[in-house]
Design a protein around this ligand. Structure first.
Ligand code: CDP
Ligand code: CDP
Length: 222
């Protein structure tokens, strides 16, 4: 039934679970538009920090967000957010953004601001001739696309994830972020009911990609 139809793949999981690398590889294999929503939260967090806005001052957050215009820039299979025409760079992965992003991401104001933009990426993908959309984050399968064709929840031991991130030379308190992301009221990080849970603690990236590719293939030939 799904043959030749546009598919939506949602990928969620904790920090350094392998969401981006897996999604990137799958986007190439199946010609899906890859969208990393973590970069949306990181980019807006950086802009709010630069504007001197505290995550505790929700009035100031709302005011600052009202001056932000979002756009999309596509390069290869990746769609990137633009914030007032600024294209996010490595600065969104700095230690200070790592430390602040979960505080801003817990705000319903910021989540509401990004909601429609995230959903609108389906149209962007269709308009640009992609066979589908693969979107990664924390609440893609639970809030953004609860009816996605495949909702994947990538799990990996916190220790393994910390090792993976350290190997990249990045200072990141992933356990602290996970704790905040899981315990917040708005769209908490969790494996939603009916989602496909994959424990990748003992799997290489290639093994993860092969496993999920099999699921996508069976979806396409359904
Ligand atoms: O790359 P990593 O997995 O470490 O994080 P990320 O995906 O870049 O996300 C950074 C932060 O943004 C997360 O720790 C969450 O606080 C927030 N986030 C979110 O709340 N909802 C999403 N859909 C994506 C990210
Ligand atoms: O996007 P997310 O923060 O979930 O993770 P990532 O940036 O894709 O992956 C974090 C690091 O773990 C990268 O260097 C990946 O190459 C590595 N990785 C791994 O060693 N084994 C896996 N099964 C998945 C990712």
């Amino acid at each position: 039934m799904k043959k030749n139809n546009f598919i939506i793949v949602a990928v969620d999981g904790g920090a350094a679970a392998g969401k981006s690398s897996t999604s990137r590889a799958l986007s190439e294999r199946f010609h899906l538009m890859h969208v990393d929503t973590g970069s949306f939260y990181r980019a807006t967090t950086l802009k709010l920090m630069e504007a001197g806005v505290s995550s505790e001052d929700t009035t100031a957050v709302t005011q600052a967000l009202s001056t932000i215009k979002l756009g999309t820039s596509i390069s290869g299979n990746t769609a990137s957010i633009t914030v007032n025409d600024w294209m996010p760079d490595a600065s969104i992965r700095s230690q200070s953004v790592n430390e602040n992003v979960s505080h801003f991401a817990a705000l319903p104001e910021l989540r509401a601001f990004l909601l429609d933009y995230q959903r609108s990426q389906v149209e962007v993908a269709k308009k640009n001739g992609f066979s589908g959309l693969i979107m990664e984050g924390r609440d893609i399968g639970s809030v953004i696309f609860p009816n996605a064709d495949l909702r994947l929840f990538l799990f990996a031991d916190p220790e393994k994830r910390a090792q993976r991130r350290a190997k990249e030379g990045i200072t990141d308190s992933i356990q602290k972020r996970d704790q905040m992301d899981s315990s917040r009221k708005a769209a908490p990080l969790q494996c939603p009911e009916g989602a496909t849970l994959l424990d990748s603690s003992e799997m290489t990236l290639e093994e993860v990609v092969e496993k999920v590719s099999g699921w996508i293939e069976s979806l396409l030939t359904k």
